[in-house]
Design a protein around this ligand. Sequence first.
Ligand SMILES: Cc1ncc(COP(=O)(O)O)c(C=O)c1O
Length: 451
Amino acid sequence: MDEKIMNLQEQISQREKARKRAKSLSFDSIATHGVYDLNEALLNQGSIIEPVYLSTAQTFENAEIMQKALAYEIPSWSYTRIHNPTLYYLEETLALLESYECPSEAHACVTSSGMSAINTVVEALLEGAENANFVSSAQVYGGTFQLFSIRQAQKKRQVRWVDATANIEKWEENIDENTRFIYIEVPSNPTIAMSDIKALSVLAHQYNIPLIVDATLATPALIRPLKYGADIVIHSLSKIMNASGMVIGGALIAKENISAGFLADEIRENFAGFIKLLLNRDNGACLSPMQAFLTLSELRTLRMRVEKFSHNALKIAQFLEAHPKVEWVSYPGLESYQQKDLAREYFWLVDSQTESYNYKAVHAFGHLMSFSVKGDGQTANEVLTRLKLIFRATDLGRVKSIATIPATTTHQQQGDQGREIAGIENNLIRLSIGGESPIDLMEDLDQALAG
Ligand SMILES: Cc1ncc(COP(=O)(O)O)c(C=O)c1O
């Protein structure tokens, strides 16, 4: 074998070792270093931070190596639409974080947005099926709702909505021989509903179909669905993973050998790799290396941020619940939360039980809540308009707190009927809590509610 190719084979084995070493580290250490170890740094002129490879393409030693690279036979990246070293560092970090404490290996593919991750996954699973259907929680992000109900219907595929997500029989009733997957959001945007990941993964596997979980709001710092049996996890990287608000991006992370009887074994084995190297090479839904670089930088402090925002959010949720102008608050950390048992089962701050923290596992419930103001949609509009510190925006997961009215913004296009099955009322305000002092946030909310 050509010496150059042998060196490349050596690189593969170095990278496998780096992944194995990283897998033995704690969550924060993985978030900080990923697979970018000393060897990798020395290959990059000793740079202590993963470099941003903005180059569109890679050059090769000779024609033979180039041919093997394009056939995916040697480690290479060829062209940034297909792959890129900065994307590699990010994908490995995400796969390691999402499969933390999970016995199975996982692989990731980053995409141009959260929606492109969702679309790519569902297209790959629905491809070629006649009369295909899939079963989804009705409590999903508005863009997902539209994709499932409008775009998929245009392709003659049927979404079967389940609105009582905790009732497993309701899910099973909707599954038949043409069902390709089960889809949930944990927790959901904007109603903050939970689903039982373990029970739904058992159900999905009985029918040899995958369970897909959009865990954008939880992040791996709180809930890692692969550990509970899910097959594929989806993230919008545009949210708390990039709390500074400078990135639109997405990711799908699939465990090895997903449950999907209708797919070829080699696709099931590494579903994320299949999407990356084949489907997305052709669809072009790639992430920019600059965006990957920014994401890597923000991931290093993910757990700290999630802990801090969760702490602030709990204080705000308790304040709102006691406020005379508020009808109800949906936040998993509240005693009044409707699915308290599920919240207590799944929301844990990663590594809180370890020596490096306080030897005791603690709950943290995330940054997002929704609440309903006493009055109608117009009252909610007026409250929103009076906010002075909290920004009005169709956004969430930021270091800056943000509020919106989903019925008139993010979930507007899903229509009255769609919002009704998803439980999104006109006077519901979605509130994403960031890093400001909760005292200042409470003061702002108080004056806005007072009118
Ligand atoms: C839970 C959830 N999933 C997916 C998306 C879509 O992500 P993106 O905006 O990156 O396309 C969003 C956007 O708000 C979301 O809230």
